[in-house]
Structure formats: structure tokens, C-alpha cells
Ligand binder design. Structure first.
Ligand code: RUQ
Ligand code: CUA
Length: 662
């Protein structure tokens, strides 16, 4: 077999000795390696740059071995990138309308999600969201490739995406929560967890003056029970734990040694509410006074028992364990953690919980064994103002590792190392886990730092938050790109950077500026773990993945009128709509039942009716229902917006809305 290999010497590229048969074919001239070497130097590439290009190339027709599911921030969607090529493969619409996929422009599923996924009494109706923390479903602590959950930071909502067809299937406006941040799933996808970011008044109308902040505002930790067959969240089997009005930050579920626990860090234990025009006092000033905030330790197994014993109240339809019950029943404990923490990341073995300091140069590592012991022996230093027992930090502290300025998030490589993003330093710090990790005898030690460009938020390693990280790469999700891209006007793209974990010292392989969104967090999963559909079974309703009642087959197309309601059973096929003419009367309610009767992979069509702001996209086999009121007289052309065939331009039809007869 021919092997092509660059050998890096210093900063330059030299041709490696050709291996095997290929070598003998080289002859007197420059071999393949030599040609590549010449090419690299002609292009002005350093050895590392050439190496990075080769290590990240995914040739035409070949696939990346990993999917990266990245949130899109206030784009409101989920984006799928291939790793290591870093190609953007797909955008999955979730919280925001999206005209490409027809999400929220008339098609029944998208409309139900966009319009039904927000509580009109609270925030809705909403047309956008801020997707933050994707959480892949897990079996025995490893990603299983079935479903993906993600929180809406803006509105306290949670969504479920089916990885069978890469489509959003459920959005819930979480009762009692106005915004969210902490999101994770438990190791067997027993629950999807979402916690609040800013607290919300627990009054009936959701209003309370800020003078009453301490008494009437509350945070929540919500545990959505997952139906193991469908992946749907089941509100009736779910519960919430009331929390103090501290700002809840990130959350992670315990695993293995810490299974049954959940961890949420917090900031603003000062209860700052900001200042007024007359009395300026920014929240950032008020919320950074204390040297410690609290890590909130939740025993969700105990919470299940408390709920089963009926010790809950119902608030806005949700079973809530009140703060006093949570404190009294041992569901909730606090541990002081250094200044305005960010990121809480349980190690693959579950023994340790790493917290970043944001305003502290350390990562603080707590031990679950010590936490359990302190709880069992009631080793408390007192209670907070809400009666929650506080475990002394030194009783549960395992280590503090000085990593650099502005530590945020930590991921693991499964080889005994941890990697922490450093926002202020614009770097990633590598450090080793302690002996309990089973892979290293070394104590917790700082190893090295690699610069990133610039202002890194999250970072993602394949499986990096599971029980079995697969390592190999880390992606830095950098917020600023500054000088890394040519001028594009004042709005800059974010910059994702791919780093090789197997090189020593760490090396950057490539960067991928992303100009459509600001991904917050990402999870990376092996491609082989997913088995998505290629086409739907004929007549499938993606909401249920079962045969739609409205599925229509070729030659069965029809129009039925009952009073002012017109039902149109239509099919789409290259390159026509059947029927190709629809005539209704002004004021009619039109119900389109559209079936894409294609069985060929990739043969997607749209039903686009611009005059009524309707845009639906149908994959092969898919059924979509669209309802609208034909309230404007006129002749309208509907068309297929997807360039589907040679006669794609001819794929249109006429909707005639005739005037009512006098
Ligand atoms: S957290 S700002 Cu993921 Cu660092 Cu939201
Ligand atoms: Cu169907 Cu273009």
C-alpha cells in the first residue's frame, strides 16, 4: 500500500523517505512527497500548517469520522459540523424560524413547535431563541446517538431533536423559569435537566418589585423525565427543585462514582439586582463582592423519593420540591466555590467535579467521596439564608490547579488529562487528573497551554463529557476572530479552532470561522453511532414518525370542499405538483395536505407560496400539512424552491382566490 507521509523537521517540510512500492516508482525526479513538499513551500506553508492541512482533509466523497453538534446561540438552531474537516454539514432549526427548512412558516410541525413551544402568558409567542447547551442522549454514560436536547437560554425552554431524521420534535416552555443555562442529561437519559439563569418571581403573575428579590424571586432545577422509547420529555413525570435567587450557572450530571447527583454552580449569591439611573450600581459590581459563591449539589435520586412520597407542591402544572423541603430532606447542599464560578464538569470516572473560577486563576476540584462523607456525617459550616446546609470547602476539596486567567470550561480526553478553556488568556490549559482517574498516578498538575484566537468560551473533545472520551481533537469555540479573517465589515465571525490532542506540545490544525451564529457549546460524537434515515417511509408524518392520516399516493390526489373549508390532497414529484391548479373563494380556509411521493434519496421539494408567507420543505416520503385563510383575492403562483431537477423551473402551480359572488 502506498503511504504518503510528511516528516516535519523544525518548522520546515522535507520529503519523507518514500515507503514501499511507491518509493521505487519515484525514479530520479521528485517523488509524491517531494512534490507535496515543493507545493507546501511554494504556498508559503510552514511545516505545521502543511501538516494541519493534511490531517484535516476529508477528500471529496469521503466522510468525517465525527459529527460535532454545536449550538448556534441566538441563531436559535443546532449546527452539525464534520470533524476534522470542520465543514458545516447541516443546520437543524430549533427555536428560531428558518425559511430554508420551512420551520415556522406554515408547515404543521414547525408551526406547532414555534407557536406552541412558548407559553403566551409568559413570553410567547416567540419566533427566536438562544440555543446554548446541546446534550446528546446517553446509555451507560456514553452518547447513544438517539436524541439531542438543547436549552433556550433566552426563554427557559428546552427542545428535543430526533437524530433519526435530524429534526426538532418537541419544545417545552419550562414552567416557573424565565431563562435557562444549566443543561445536561443523566447517564441513562433518565432525565434531561435544565436550570434557570436569572431567577423569576414565584408570584401568580410573574411580577414582583426588586425590593422583594430575596423573598419572591427563585431559581429552579428542572428534571424532565424522558420516555425511553420516544425520547420525548414527559412533563407529568417530571419535577422541579426550587433554588435561591442566586444566578444558576452551568450544570452537569454525576456519573459512575457520582451517579444520582447533579451539580449546578451559581454566582451572585450577593443577590445584586443592579442600580437605577439615580443610584448606579451595575450587577457586575454587586455580584462580584463575595469571595465565594455556591456549588449546588442535588441528589436527584433522593428528589425522586421525595416526589413519590407526595412532598411537593404544584406550580403552573409542575411538581415542585420547595426550597425548605429540599433543604430538610437532604436533596440540596451547598459547597463554597471561588468567585463567580463558571463551568462544572464531572470527570469521566465520576470521582471529581471541576469548577472554573472565572475571576480566579484556578480550577477547583471537589471529590464526590468527600462530599458523600460530609453529607453522611452532617459536616456543615452552617446554612445559607434559605436554610440550605453548607458543606465546608476544605472538607471536600481534592485539589486546586493554577491554569491561568479566566478559566471557564473543562473537557477530558479519557487518558487522564483535562483541558480548561481560558477566556482572558485566550488559551487552553492542559492538566492531569489525580490517581483515582485510573490512568495516571500523577497528582493534579498543570502541563501546558496552547494559545487560541481569541476569547475562548467552550471547548469540545469527542465524548469529552462522557464516561469514555475518545480524545484525538479538541475544538476551541472562540468568540472573537479579530485579525484571523479578512475584513467583512464590522460584524466578525466567531472562530472555531481544531487542535490535535495527540501532538506534544499541542498543535493547532485548522481554524473555521463561522459567520452565521455564535455557537456556545458543542458535543462531538463518532459518526458510526448514528443511523439516520435516508428517506422516510412513504407517507410519514415526522411528528410521529408513523404513517400520516393525510398521506396521499399518486393518482389519489383530490380536492374536497365542505362549506368554506377546502381540503387539498396533493403530491409533489419531480417536476410537478398534483394538482397543479387550486381554485378557492375569498375567505375560504384552505388545508393543504402535501405528500412528497419521491423515494429517491436527496429528492426534496418545497411548497412555497410567497403571497401568504408560506414555506414548507418536504423530504422524500414526508407529509406536511399547511393551513391558511385565503383572505386576499388574486392569482398566485406557488413553486418549488429547491433546485430539484432539470425542469425545476417548471415546478410551479396556480392558486386562484376568486372573489366572493355578490
Ligand atoms: S456558558 S454564556 Cu455555556 Cu460558558 Cu453560556
Ligand atoms: Cu421540486 Cu424544484
Amino acid at each position: 500500500m502506498e503511504r504518503r507521509k510528511f516528516m516535519m523537521v523544525g518548522g520546515g517540510v522535507v520529503a519523507a523517505a518514500a515507503v514501499g512500492a511507491a518509493g521505487s516508482r519515484v525514479g530520479a525526479g521528485v517523488g509524491t512527497e517531494g512534490q507535496l513538499s515543493t507545493l507546501a513551500s511554494n504556498l508559503g506553508l510552514s511545516g505545521d500548517e502543511a501538516r494541519g492541512a493534511l490531517q484535516t482533509v476529508t477528500p471529496p466523497g469521503k466522510y468525517d469520522p465525527y459529527y460535532m453538534f454545536a449550538s448556534g446561540g441566538h441563531l436559535g438552531q443546532i449546527q452539525v459540523l464534520g470533524v476534522p474537516s470542520m465543514r458545516l454539514l447541516k443546520v437543524i432549526p430549533v427555536f428560531s424560524r428558518d425559511s430554508y427548512s420551512g420551520h415556522g412558516f406554515g408547515a404543521d410541525l414547525g408551526n406547532a413547535l414555534i407557536e406552541g413551544g412558548s407559553d403566551p402568558k409568559k413570553n410567547g409567542p416567540l419566533g427566536w431563541g438562544d440555543s446554548h447547551h446541546p446534550a446528546l442522549s446517553e446509555t451507560a454514560g456514553e452518547y447513544d446517538g438517539k436524541w439531542l436536547y438543547v436549552n433556550d437560554r433566552a426563554n427557559g425552554r428546552i427542545a428535543m431533536i430526533d437524530l433519526g431524521d435530524f429534526k426538532t420534535k418537541q419544545i417545552i416552555d419550562v414552567p416557573n423559569m424565565g431563562s435557562s443555562h444549566g443543561m445536561c442529561v443523566t447517564p441513562n437519559t433518565e432525565y434531561a435537566h435544565i436550570s434557570s439563569l436569572t431567577p423569576r418571581p414565584i408570584t401568580a403573575d410573574g411580577y414582583a418589585p426588586l425590593e422583594k428579590y430575596a423573598d419572591l424571586y427563585r431559581g429552579f432545577s428542572t428534571w424532565y423525565f424522558i420516555d425511553p422509547k420516544t425520547g420525548r420529555m414527559v412533563p407529568e413525570k417530571s419535577f422541579q427543585i426550587e433554588l435561591p435567587p442566586y444566578n444558576q450557572d452551568l450544570a452537569d450530571a454525576g456519573k459512575l462514582a457520582s451517579h444520582g447527583f447533579g451539580f449546578i454552580n451559581s454566582f451572585n449569591t450577593e443577590l445584586a439586582v443592579g442600580g437605577t439611573h439615580a443610584m448606579p450600581m451595575p450587577i457586575e459590581a454587586g455580584a462580584t463582592k463575595n469571595n465565594f459563591d455556591y456549588l449546588q449539589v442535588i441528589d436527584w435520586k433522593k428528589a425522586e423519593q421525595v416526589v413519590a412520597a407526595g412532598k411537593f407542591v404544584k406550580r403552573n402544572g409542575m411538581r415542585v420540591i420547595t426550597l425548605s423541603v429540599a433543604a430538610a430532606e437532604g436533596v440540596l447542599h451547598f459547597i463554597p466555590e471561588p468567585r463567580n464560578p463558571h463551568g462544572v464538569d464531572v470527570t469521566p470516572d465520576g470521582h471529581y467535579i471541576a469548577i472554573s473560577g472565572k475571576l480566579d486563576p484556578h480550577v477547583t476540584v471537589f471529590s464526590i467521596e468527600k462530599i458523600k462523607d460530609a453529607i453522611a456525617k452532617k459536616k456543615y459550616q452552617g446554612k445559607d439564608r434559605y436554610g440550605v446546609p453548607i458543606i465546608p470547602m476544605d472538607a471536600v476539596l481534592e485539589a486546586q490547579v493554577e491554569v491561568g486567567a479566566g478559566p471557564l470550561h473543562t473537557q477530558y480526553d479519557g487518558k487522564g488529562n483535562a483541558y480548561t478553556s481560558l477566556f482572558i488568556d485566550s488559551a487552553i490549559a492542559k492538566w492531569t487528573l489525580g490517581p483515582k482517574s485510573g490512568v495516571t498516578e500523577k497528582p493534579f498538575t498543570f502541563v501546558e497551554k496552547i494559545p487560541v484566537h481569541y476569547n475562548i468560551g467552550h471547548l469540545a473533545i469527542p465524548g469529552g463529557d462522557t464516561v469514555k472520551p475518545t480524545g484525538k481533537y479538541v475544538v476551541a469555540l472562540n468568540k472573537w476572530s479579530l485579525d484571523q479573517v479578512q475584513k467583512l465589515g464590522p460584524t466578525h465571525p466567531v472562530n472555531l479552532e481544531l487542535i490535535d490532542l495527540d501532538s506534544r506540545p499541542l498543535k493547532t490544525l485548522s481554524s473555521m470561522p463561522l459567520g452565521n451564529s455564535e455557537p456556545h457549546y458543542a458535543q462531538i460524537i463518532k459518526t458510526e453511532k448514528l443511523h439516520p434515515l435516508k428517506v422516510y417511509k412513504p407517507g410519514t408524518d415526522p411528528a410521529t414518525m408513523a404513517k400520516s392520516l393525510f398521506a396521499t399516493v399518486a393518482s389519489q390526489e383530490r380536492v374536497k370542499r365542505a362549506g368554506t373549508v377546502v381540503d387539498v390532497y396533493a403530491t409533489l414529484m419531480r417536476s410537478h405538483f398534483s394538482p397543479g391548479q387550486i381554485t378557492v373563494t375569498e375567505g375560504d380556509t384552505v388545508r393543504l395536505h402535501l405528500t412528497n411521493i419521491e423515494t429517491t434519496e436527496n429528492a426534496t421539494h418545497t411548497f412555497s407560496l410567497p403571497a401568504h408567507n408560506i414555506q414548507a420543505s418536504l423530504d422524500p416520503g414526508e407529509v406536511v400539512n399547511v393551513e391558511f385563510k385565503a383572505d386576499r383575492v388574486g392569482s398566485y403562483a406557488y413553486y418549488c424552491a429547491q433546485f430539484c431537477s432539470a425542469l425545476h423551473m417548471e415546478m410551479y402551480g396556480w392558486l386562484l382566490v376568486a372573489p366572493k359572488k355578490a
